[in-house]
Design a protein around this ligand. Structure first.
Ligand code: C5P
Length: 405
């Protein structure tokens, strides 16, 4: 298993499974990681094996899983915990139990998992899972806070909901797609948290401008780009507020999500939260116009006008550009067809933006609704960077790398 860091191109993630019922979700996580092209190895604690088997995880990761039985056998050329610790680009503990948390908080090492943590220096992502009363114990919360003081550890929030003990409350492990996104972020940033202490305000999705209770002017935006921007900012340590039009996804745990319907509501929220924000990303596809008149009752078909009178909605980002203070960084989006750079550059200047993302919406596998995107970034100093097709999460990280705060 010799592997100087420079030799490997494929990312390596070591998953450590603690003994909790949420371990069944870790199987899906391992499967998704493998499908994403990430090399994955798995450690199970003794109690994790009461819930799922090494065979399950070995099959999903395409590699034998590691247990304490292997750890204590002198069959390895070098100690297993050292080998695994050096191998990993990232260690993920999912589920993190109260017991393992306590050991880590106190620097203890009595099994393969805890020894590997102490014998490695890579970032560690923690996905706790336990019963609400256990999670809320003062001792557990104290251990959690103590562990997170070390910037090596990245803690995921727990979700509230129905627990396996039939209680409804906090303590559910984050879902596999959310853990996967956090893993991808940490592989990109190598655990750097350049947005700690920053307030990031993001708008996303399309607005809907209603003519009556059932008909509206809108666009196909789904808000996935803003969702990715929120995840990337959160994973880089920011406090994130996500103002979004109607969406089919749940906002990430730990992000303040504010749903809105139309441009005026979005304007109101953005202007309210703007003064406290350090970074503002306006990725929403705001409907440019709205029907001039609104009918509170559904209009009968025969009453629909042949020519619908329209009026403009407020240009939110232009207003924010006028309010902007020198310490604030305002980023806009320009969804374009054809030549994307020239109109984006004009928008950057006319709306007083610090940077803009020129986004082709006439290319396959990018733009509205897609999980992927491609773009050209421009900034007010005239810098330009082309980002070839990649996932929206990668695009979000490239944007934060491009902009200086
Ligand atoms: O002019 P255009 O709509 O192409 O500009 C795009 C940028 O302006 C995006 O950042 C979008 O969120 C923002 N915008 C806005 N208010 C509008 C229209 C667009 O803030 N009414």
């Amino acid at each position: 298993m010799s592997h100087p860091e420079t030799e490997h191109g494929q990312k390596r993630v070591l998953i450590a499974v603690g003994g909790g019922i949420a371990a069944y979700k870790t199987c899906e996580l391992v499967s998704r990681l493998f499908q994403t092209g990430i090399e994955v190895r798995v450690i199970l604690t003794r109690s994790a094996q009461e819930f799922i088997t090494p065979l399950t995880l070995a099959t999903l990761s395409r590699h034998p899983a590691y247990t304490d039985d292997l750890f204590w056998q002198p069959v390895h050329s070098r100690p297993l915990h050292i080998e695994l610790g050096e191998w990993a680009d990232l260690l993920v503990i999912a589920p993190l139990t109260a017991n393992t948390l306590a050991k880590l908080a106190w620097g203890m090492a009595d099994n393969l998992l805890t020894n590997t943590v102490l014998a490695s220096t890579c970032p560690v992502l923690l996905a706790p899972a336990m019963n609400t009363d256990m999670w809320e114990q003062l001792t557990v919360q104290r251990n959690w806070q103590q562990l997170l003081l070390d910037s090596r550890y990245h803690g995921m929030s727990t979700a509230s909901g129905l627990l396996a003990c039939d209680r409804i409350g906090a303590g559910r492990m984050a879902e596999p797609p959310e853990i996967l996104a956090h893993i991808q972020s940490l592989l990109h940033t190598k655990g750097q948290r350049d947005l700690v202490g920053k307030q990031v305000l993001i708008s996303t999705g399309g607005t809907q401008e209603y003519l009556d209770p059932v008909r509206f002017i809108g666009n196909p935006a789904t808000g996935k780009m803003g969702l990715a921007l929120a995840q990337a900012a959160l994973h880089r340590g920011a406090n994130v507020t996500l103002v979004h039009g109607p969406a089919s996804w749940d906002a990430p745990l730990g992000v303040q999500a504010i749903p809105v319907i139309n441009a005026e509501e979005m304007q109101q929220v953005m202007v309210e939260y703007f003064p406290k924000a350090d970074v503002i990303v306006m990725s929403a596809a705001v409907a440019d116009v709205k029907p001039k008149n609104y009918s509170p009752d559904k209009l009968p078909k025969r009453s629909l006008p042949e020519n619908l009178p329209l009026e403009p909605v407020p240009d939110i980002v232009a207003q924010l550009g006028r309010l902007k203070q020198p310490h604030q960084c305002l980023i806009g989006f320009a969804a374009q067809t054809g030549n994307i750079v020239k109109p984006a550059w004009e928008k950057l200047q006319s709306k007083k933006l610090d940077a803009i993302v020129a986004n082709p919406i006439d290319q396959a596998n990018s733009g509205f609704g897609s999980d992927n995107n491609q773009a050209v970034f421009l900034d007010h100093q005239g810098r330009q960077a082309e980002v070839p097709p990649c996932s929206k999460l990668q695009m979000a990280h490239h944007l934060y790398d491009f902009v200086s705060f």
